[in-house]
Design a protein around this ligand. Structure first.
Ligand code: ATP
Length: 269
């Protein structure tokens, strides 16, 4: 559904944020992107969703196709009407508007009234609290509820693929679990998900496949279960010290050699 090939991104014509990044998101999958601060995770989502230029960035090389059509240089509003919708980092809800107004804002591009009503029903079933608090200002919601509202607003556009950036950031562990469950449920209802997360526990429990970005390059990719078993992921992202000797190949994840960014993992389509 989404095919990223050899993508190189710079900000301001200078800062190199992604170099030769490639990945696939098959229809129906949840693919997680892991990596530490500054690895390029957010930049990857911006490149796909048409919001890169708003941040002074540009795709210098490579291709990004959604359903076989290039998305590079296309505006976010146009991509949203094609079913590609971004939930940015930081729960950017309209704090002075009510919950209901925030949700309505998500469906501006949807002309069909029946589709808008169906999307609203879906959001209220997934997040009953948003229905209960529909007339309250979004700024009065808790952090977790605001995250639900941000996801709910994106669902109002009727996406076929959701790009979700760091939904667990700053949330209590129980709420992180809840957000993970919701992402699974959204996926089971038929929405494909590309999920950026620093919380590798949550991301790998939700995802079918995952990639690790390191300094703008994909360094590891494979099935989520294989990445969860990989010693470097366990050590760096799950906080579990490897019991094997360093470098012992125990997992099935594909290590992507430096300089071969166009190469894909075992789950290449
Ligand atoms: P974090 O989790 O901290 O957000 P990240 O993995 O999402 O990290 P990015 O935000 O994509 O990483 O940043 C990748 C690189 O691009 C970093 O070196 C960052 O400083 C740089 N960068 C990001 N946004 C901009 C911008 N608007 N202008 C200039 N450089 C930027």
């Amino acid at each position: 559904m989404l095919q990223v090939r050899g993508v190189k991104v710079r900000y301001g014509g200078a800062v190199l944020a992604l170099q030769a990044v490639s990945l696939d998101v098959p229809a129906g999958a949840v693919v997680a992107v892991l990596g530490s601060n500054g690895a390029g995770k957010t930049t990857l989502l911006r490149s796909v969703s048409g919001t890169l230029a708003d941040h002074g960035g540009a795709v210098d090389e490579g291709s990004i196709e959604f359903d076989g059509t290039s998305v590079v240089g296309r505006p976010a509003a146009e991509l949203a009407t094609k079913g590609l919708v971004h939930v940015p980092e930081g729960r950017r809800v309209f704090t002075r508007l009510t919950v209901a107004e925030n949700l309505r804002a998500g469906s501006f591009g949807v002309r069909d009234r029946a589709r808008r009503a169906a999307a609203a029903r879906r959001v209220h079933e997934l997040f009953p609290v948003l229905h209960d608090r529909r007339d309250q200002r979004a700024g009065l919601l808790s952090g977790g509820q605001q995250q639900m509202l941000a996801i709910g607003r994106a669902l109002m556009a009727g996406p076929r693929m959701l790009l979700i950036d760091e939904p667990s950031l700053g949330l209590a562990p129980r709420m992180v679990d809840r957000i993970g469950e919701v992402i699974k449920e959204i996926n089971e209802q038929g929405t494909t998900v590309l999920l950026v997360e620093q919380n590798a526990h949550m991301a790998l429990s939700v995802a079918s496949h995952a990639v690790v970005l390191t300094l703008g390059t994909v360094t590891l990719s494979g099935a989520a279960a294989d990445l969860a078993a990989d010693p470097s992921v366990r050590d760096l992202y799950l906080g579990i010290r490897p019991e094997t000797e360093p470098g012992t190949p125990t997992a099935e994840a594909t290590r992507v050699p430096a300089g071969t960014g166009a190469r894909l993992g075992r789950w290449e389509l």
